[in-house]
Design a protein. Structure first.
Length: 330
């Protein structure tokens, strides 16, 4: 009988069978391996499979054999990713607003391929944790890649920017005119992807929602403001921004009850300096981009937190409170 054209692929099919059908709680016997190989059109004898398993071990695959009731069982032990790690990846993909529902499902399916079919079913259940809001712009996946390429090539980019209208249709900003900026970094904040870039037309650092960018093109011009971004601290920039809304940077003083120590550390990092005022209160002096979102964050923390300086920012808080009172008074 002539050999099947798949015979040369025996070792690869054996690895596929072990990876897909076994894990630390599910194993396979030699007769089951022979049957599974036959389903791929590969004939095999026990002795050759023993040799193949040993070759897979030499390759680095953690194939474990153990005897149970006079029968040998085989399974994969350590994998490249543990199940807990895969669950974390799946939930991160599902939670990310900047990835569309379609692309999320495609990525999760690929992640499931890194686990056995039994573990993959657990990952599949992870997908239905919540019906999270996802972006409607399918191009986000490729926008990120184009921006990274432009940064690597030290090139400025042009693009169009849009917003959604009440009919849920794209509406181009600036009448569809092209933006031209020097891209320097990408940031993931509040479940959205942002481009941090220098806009020479306005002579300022700006950020753009990547899922709202269209027709990104590298223009070949060298990026501007290199001397500034060489020492640019992305983590420090993120701490200053609230919801990635821009504003004039100010050093503000915030006084808090001791119970808000964790809130301040979560927001500004463990290195934030806390000045003890008395047994019940402390103060922090931090750089922030003063915006309505920052003021709303302070107000949302309640009476245990007070913005006390500088006077110009405290006055902005008073104006914002007056605006809210006028907006919502009966």
């Amino acid at each position: 009988m002539s050999k099947s054209p798949n015979q040369k692929l025996k070792l690869l099919y054996l690895m596929k069978i072990l990876l897909e059908r076994t894990d630390e709680t599910h194993s396979i016997t030699m007769p089951e391996i022979i049957e599974a190989l036959a389903a791929y059109g590969v004939s095999a004898e026990r002795k050759s499979i023993y040799n193949d398993i040993e070759n897979l071990r030499l390759y680095g695959l953690d194939v474990i054999g153990a005897q149970e009731d006079r029968t040998y069982h085989y399974h994969i032990g350590n994998r490249q990713f543990e199940l807990a790690e895969l669950k974390l990846l799946v939930d991160s993909v599902q939670a990310a607003k900047f990835i569309t529902a379609k692309k999320s499902n495609e990525l999760i399916k690929k992640i499931e391929g890194l686990a056995s079919k039994y573990e993959a079913s657990q990952l599949h259940r992870q997908v239905f944790v919540a019906g999270r809001v996802k972006t409607m712009n399918e191009s986000i996946y490729y926008n990120v890649d184009r921006i990274h390429t432009a940064i690597a090539e030290n090139s400025r980019i042009t693009f169009q920017y849009f917003q959604w209208n009440v009919e849920k249709k794209m509406e181009l900003r600036h009448d569809g005119a092209l933006y031209e900026v020097s891209p320097w970094s990408l940031s993931w904040d509040n479940e959205n992807y942002y481009l941090i870039a220098y806009d020479s037309a306005e002579a300022k650092v700006k950020h753009f929602r990547v899922d709202k960018m269209l027709n990104i093109t590298s223009v070949g011009k060298r990026r501007e403001l290199k001397q500034v971004f060489q020492s640019f601290d992305m983590a420090a920039y993120d701490r200053k921004m609230f919801g990635m809304y821009g504003g004039r940077e100010e050093r503000v003083r915030i006084e808090c009850d001791n119970s808000f120590a964790g809130v301040m550390i979560d927001r500004f990092g463990k290195d934030v300096s806390m000045i003890r005022l008395n047994d019940r209160r402390f103060a922090v002096n931090v750089e922030v981009a003063v915006s309505r979102q920052f003021l709303a964050w302070i107000m949302g923390l309640g009476e245990g937190v007070s913005l006390v300086g500088p006077d110009s920012v405290v006055e902005l808080m008073r104006q914002e409170i007056d605006r809210l009172v006028n907006q919502y008074k009966k």
